[in-house]
Design a protein around this ligand. Structure first.
Ligand SMILES: Cc1cc2nc3c(=O)[nH]c(=O)nc-3n(C[C@H](O)[C@H](O)[C@H](O)COP(=O)(O)OP(=O)(O)OC[C@H]3O[C@@H](n4cnc5c(N)ncnc54)[C@H](O)[C@@H]3O)c2cc1C
Length: 423
C-alpha cells in the first residue's frame, strides 16, 4: 500500500496540475499539505517580511477554496506553519510515507528546499511536474544557457518554434486522506480583511474566483477586446485582466489563460488586444525562464549583467516613498494605492520604480523587497526581473530607463482623478 504526500506551494488548484495528477495516479492514500514557510513572516535584512498582510489574506482565501475542492472529492488539506523541510521530514517518519510530490518552480528558495528534502530523504520517491509556465522545459527551442537575455528574441523564438500544450484536467477521483479533516484555519496567522473602498475588494483568492475572473474579463464583459488600448490605465477594474494574483499563487495556470484567449478568439473575435494579453503572458514567461537561468543573480545588486548600479539606501527616503509623502503627487497616489490594497497597475509600478531609482536615488533592491512584501501578486521572477530591468542591470536592451513623471501624469491622469482618489 503506497502512501504519498503532496506539497501544495504556488499551485493552489487541482486543474492543470501535472505534479498533482502524477502523485494521485501512484498512491493509495494521500496527505495533502500546504506549508506557510515561517521565514517568510520574519523581517529580512531589507526590513520587511517577505510576505505581508495582503498576500497572507489572498493565500488564506485560496487555501479555503482548495480545501473545498479537495473535500468535494473526499480529500482534505492540512496547513502547517514552520520550516517546510523539517515538517515534511517529520511527516515522512511519522507516517512511513513513500512518495512526495510538488510542482516545479524556478524560485531560488523553493529549489533549495526541494534539493534539501531529497538529500535528507535519500530513500524516498519524488514526483514533480511543471504547470507554472506556458511551456514545458522540453518545449523550449533553446537550452537555458542559450536562452536570449532580451524579451523580443525570446518571444520570437518561442512563438515560432514552441507549442503551448492544453491544460490537463483535474483528477475525478482522489485517493483517500491519510489523516482526518484539519482545522487549519484556527492556526493560520491573523491577516487583514480586504479593504472595502477599493477595486481590490474583488481580488479574492482561490481557483474558483480566478476562473470566474477569466470568464468575466473575456466572455462576460468582452473587456479583452480593448485590452491593448486600456492596459495602461491607473485605476479601475476592467482596464487590465487583474489575473496576476491568481497566476502568482497558482490558483490558475498560464495555460488556462492562454487557451481561454484562444477559445475567445474562435467564438468571438480576434484582434490586436486578444493577442496582446498573450504577449504580456509571454513577458511573464520570459522572466520565469530568466529566473530558472540566472537563479540568485536575479536578486544581486549588480543584476544579471553584473553592472554597477546607481543609488544608495537612505531609510528616511524609503519611508517617504512607501508612505506616499514624496514631492511627486502621481507617485504618492500610486504608493498609497499599493500600501492600502496590495495592488497597483503596471504603469504605476513602472513610475514608482523609476522614481525610486532616479528622482530619489535609492538602491533598487529595497524597492523590490518592499514590493515583495506588499504585493498581493508577488512573483519572484516578475518582480525582481522588472526591477532589474528598470534599474538598468537586467534584461533591458536600452539600459537605464527614466520616466518623465510630469509627462506621464499628463498622459495617464489628465484630469487628476487618480491622484485625487488616492491622496
Ligand atoms: C517594478 C515592477 C514589479 C512587478 N512585480 C510583479 C510581480 O511581483 N508579480 C506579477 O505578477 N507582476 C509583476 N509586475 C508586472 C505587472 O505590473 C503585473 O503583472 C500587472 O500589473 C498585473 O496586472 P494584470 O494582471 O491586470 O495585468 P495584465 O496587464 O492584464 O497582464 C496579464 C498578465 O501578464 C503578466 N504580465 C503583465 N505584464 C508583465 C510584466 N511586465 N512582467 C511580467 N509579467 C507580466 C501578468 O501575469 C499579468 O497578470 C511588475 C512590474 C513592475 C514594473
Amino acid at each position: 500500500m503506497s502512501k504519498g504526500l503532496y506539497w501544495f506551494q504556488h499551485d493552489l488548484r487541482l486543474a492543470d496540475n501535472n505534479a498533482f495528477n502524477q502523485i494521485v495516479s501512484r498512491v493509495d492514500t494521500l496527505h495533502c499539505v500546504y506549508i506557510l514557510d515561517e521565514q517568510w513572516l520574519n523581517t529580512n535584512h531589507y526590513g520587511f517580511s517577505a510576505i505581508g498582510d495582503h498576500r497572507l489574506r489572498f493565500i488564506a482565501e485560496s487555501l479555503r477554496d482548495l480545501t473545498q475542492q479537495l473535500e468535494a472529492l473526499g480529500q482534505t488539506l492540512h496547513v502547517y506553519v514552520g520550516d517546510p523541510v523539517s515538517i515534511i521530514e517529520r511527516l515522512v517518519a511519522e507516517h512511513s510515507l513513500h512518495i512526495i510530490g510538488k510542482h516545479s518552480y524556478p524560485g531560488v528558495f523553493e529549489q533549495r528546499q526541494w534539493q534539501a528534502l531529497k538529500t535528507a530523504l535519500p530513500n524516498q520517491g519524488f514526483v514533480t511536474g511543471n504547470s507554472h509556465t506556458l511551456y514545458h522545459f522540453s518545449d523550449l527551442p533553446f537550452s537555458l544557457n542559450d536562452m536570449p537575455d532580451h524579451f523580443t528574441p525570446f518571444r520570437k523564438k518561442v512563438e515560432k518554434f514552441a507549442e503551448v500544450s492544453h491544460p490537463v484536467t483535474a483528477p475525478a477521483v482522489l485517493p483517500p486522506p491519510l489523516l482526518d479533516k484539519s482545522t487549519w484555519d484556527e492556526e493560520y496567522p491573523n491577516y487583514t480583511k480586504a479593504p472595502k473602498s477599493s477595486v481590490i475588494q474583488y481580488l479574492q483568492g482561490g481557483a474558483s474566483a480566478g476562473l470566474k475572473q477569466i470568464h468575466y474579463y473575456m466572455s462576460d464583459t468582452k473587456a479583452l477586446l480593448s485590452y491593448k488600448e486600456t492596459r495602461n490605465g491607473l485605476d479601475g477594474w476592467d482596464f487590465s485582466s487583474k489575473l496576476s494574483a491568481w497566476l502568482a499563487s497558482g490558483c490558475i495556470s498560464p495555460r488556462q489563460v492562454y487557451w481561454a484567449v484562444k477559445r475567445f478568439e474562435e467564438t468571438h473575435h480576434a484582434n490586436d488586444s486578444t493577442y496582446w494579453l498573450i504577449f504580456e503572458i509571454l513577458w511573464r514567461e520570459f522572466f520565469q525562464w530568466q529566473l530558472a537561468k540566472y537563479g540568485k543573480k536575479m536578486f544581486f545588486h549588480r543584476g544579471i549583467q553584473d553592472k554597477a548600479p546607481t543609488g544608495n539606501h537612505v531609510s528616511k527616503v524609503l519611508l517617504q516613498w512607501i508612505n506616499g509623502t514624496t514631492p511627486y503627487p502621481i507617485i504618492n497616489a500610486a504608493m498609497n494605492q499599493l500600501r492600502l490594497t496590495g495592488f497597483t497597475s503596471n504603469r504605476a509600478r513602472q513610475l514608482v520604480a523609476s522614481c525610486f531609482i532616479h528622482e530619489l536615488g535609492q538602491d533598487w533592491r529595497y524597492g523590490a523587497a518592499y514590493f515583495e512584501h506588499v504585493l498581493v501578486d508577488f512573483d519572484p521572477s516578475a518582480n525582481w526581473g522588472n526591477w532589474q530591468y528598470l534599474a538598468g542591470v537586467g534584461s533591458d536592451p536600452r539600459g537605464l530607463r527614466q520616466f518623465n513623471l510630469q509627462k506621464q501624469t499628463d498622459i495617464y491622469d489628465p484630469h487628476g482623478n487618480f491622484i485625487r482618489n488616492w491622496t
